[in-house]
Design a protein around this ligand. Structure first.
Ligand code: HEC
Length: 137
């Protein structure tokens, strides 16, 4: 558990309640998503929006956990431009590839994203203002 938390330190996940084992949301996230969506340390050389930003955009559209999880599960299975909530990210990074995991696994990941707290990267507020013309919430 301690080692796991150190390993996960880059994500700066605070207040994680579910235990960490092979098929927990955090483990699945690290295995299938973190290489691109990483965490706080992501700088200008990033290849995808940080998970903090993905979560924020999805919360703007899906407030309750059930619809949030459903939307992420659908996205991971088949990313499509006409369903995207982050068109600026697609212009910048190209469309995300579909990720070959089960629906159950992506639901666990989505729950982890919904429940976890991710620190806003230092550069993010300025980036958001440029992209959206307003301060991030
Ligand atoms: C190979 C890199 C890569 C991996 C691995 C990856 N993503 Fe992405 N993801 C991206 C990129 C690039 C974008 C931004 C462009 C876009 O929205 O398609 C993105 C965007 C997203 C979005 C926002 C989509 C939108 O525009 O509405 C969600 C949600 C998301 N990813 C979830 C996940 C989850 C969950 C996983 C792990 C199961 C994952 N991603 C794995 C590259 C990746």
């Amino acid at each position: 558990m301690i080692a796991k938390m150190i390993f996960s330190a880059s994500l700066l996940v605070i207040g994680l309640s579910n235990s960490v084992h092979a098929d927990s949301g955090i483990t699945l996230y690290e295995e299938h998503c973190a290489s691109c969506h990483g965490g706080e340390e992501m700088g200008p050389d990033r290849v995808a929006p940080p998970v903090f930003a993905v979560k924020g955009h999805y919360l703007n559209h899906y407030e309750d956990k059930e619809s949030f999880v459903k939307a992420i599960v659908a996205w991971v299975k088949k990313p499509e431009i006409n369903r995207a909530h982050m068109p600026g990210a697609i212009r910048r990074f190209d469309l995300m590839p579909a990720i070959d995991i089960s629906q159950e696994q992506s639901a666990k990941i989505a729950e982890f994203i919904y429940d976890g707290q991710f620190q806003r990267p230092g550069w993010y507020a300025e980036h958001y203002r440029q992209e959206h013309g307003e301060d991030p919430k």
